[in-house]
Write a protein that binds this ligand. Structure first.
Ligand SMILES: Cc1cc2nc3c(=O)[nH]c(=O)nc-3n(C[C@H](O)[C@H](O)[C@H](O)COP(=O)(O)O)c2cc1C
Length: 130
């Protein structure tokens, strides 16, 4: 999980796919954070992506860095504890211009049943589950 988090932090931007009915939706995301041994992302309740995760929490993301790409799929679980939201905001001070732990909008989710696959044209895929 640490390797996945480091990869995504270094990549800076990853692309998060959700499902809207039978229509895939994808957008750039950047937040990635380990809290209490789980891998978290952050969004806002007002966003379509939040509604899509509520309807179907199975997601996949992809990022590319230094000739290697990572695909991470799993099921997101919302952590509605204030300390989980605050931990994410502490890790991303820039988010604090738009979000606060008690604004009723900030949401954090952690991955369960996660499979991460590191691929490149020069090595066999390496799979990590957590
Ligand atoms: C580089 C980059 C990183 C982003 N990171 C996040 C993020 O971590 N969480 C988030 O909710 N939105 C993030 N956004 C904004 C979303 O991509 C944007 O709100 C998008 O429209 C959300 O998807 P939706 O329209 O399907 O709800 C980021 C945007 C960019 C350009």
């Amino acid at each position: 999980m640490e390797r996945v988090c480091e990869f995504l932090k270094k990549a800076g931007t990853y692309y998060l796919a959700t499902a809207q009915g039978d229509q895939p939706r994808v957008r750039p995301f950047g937040t990635i954070h380990i809290f209490e041994g789980k891998l978290y992302i952050q969004t806002g309740r007002v966003k379509e992506v939040s509604r899509q995760i509520a309807a179907n929490p199975k997601v996949e993301l992809c990022a590319f860095l230094d000739g290697e790409w990572l695909r991470l799929c799993g099921t997101l679980v919302e952590d509605d504890r204030r300390e989980a939201r605050q931990s994410m905001l502490d890790a991303y001070p820039s988010l604090q211009k738009m979000y606060s732990a008690d604004d009723g909008n900030t949401q954090v989710f952690y991955f369960t049943n996660a499979t991460a696959t590191f691929s490149s044209f020069s090595h066999e895929p390496e799979v990590v589950t957590f």
